[in-house]
Write a protein that binds this ligand. Sequence first.
Ligand SMILES: [Zn+2]
Ligand SMILES: [Zn+2]
Length: 221
Amino acid sequence: MSLFNALFPAKCVICSSLFVFEDQNLVCDECLSMINKEYVEYCSGCGSKIKNCQVCFKKRVFHRIHIFKNNDRYITELIYHFKMKGYKNLSNVIAEKIQDDLTDFVKKESIDIITYTPLDKITLKERGFNHLEEILKKIFPTYLIWEVVEKIKKTELQMDLSRDQRLKNLKGAFCLKDISIKNKRILIFDDIMTTGSTMKEVCGAIKKGKPDRVYGYVIAR
Ligand SMILES: [Zn+2]
Ligand SMILES: [Zn+2]
């Protein structure tokens, strides 16, 4: 910790209290300590809030989906500043939180390839990085991380739309890349799940490559 940090503490973007910082000057330790693994009730086939949902009773979306925690203002703010405001060093903080849980899941399910929801080319250029890839790179060796699907259409931000609009917005947005994923176990990583329609679309695109199984991992829902 430098003398500068002690003399000029930062203001936490979540709770507004002043704090002395070490590696990042946005979120105080107290707010970070609120972000932990917790029990979430959800359908293990699609992540919806209903356990044993009817959709997955007929046909499961994912072989299994895993959710780290419930959605709350701590994780939402943290991810917002990382992803939308471009504070790239927050990837360390987030990676540290989920590392053990995500690594256990990958080992337990013998995952071959870890992928993430891609950004379209324009958005990627604007932001300069895919925040999901940044988190994964902190946790796993790069040979495990592949961009299996590409986003070929620029879509509206899902959070601004109604359920029907969300589905329409995403239609045809994702396309499987020209790589072989046949008989592989693929994990899709995403940050915050609301209706889950983005992950379902990505999953649908991946299934065209005839993988063995498709899994999902979400930080918060
Ligand atoms: Zn705080
Ligand atoms: Zn379901």
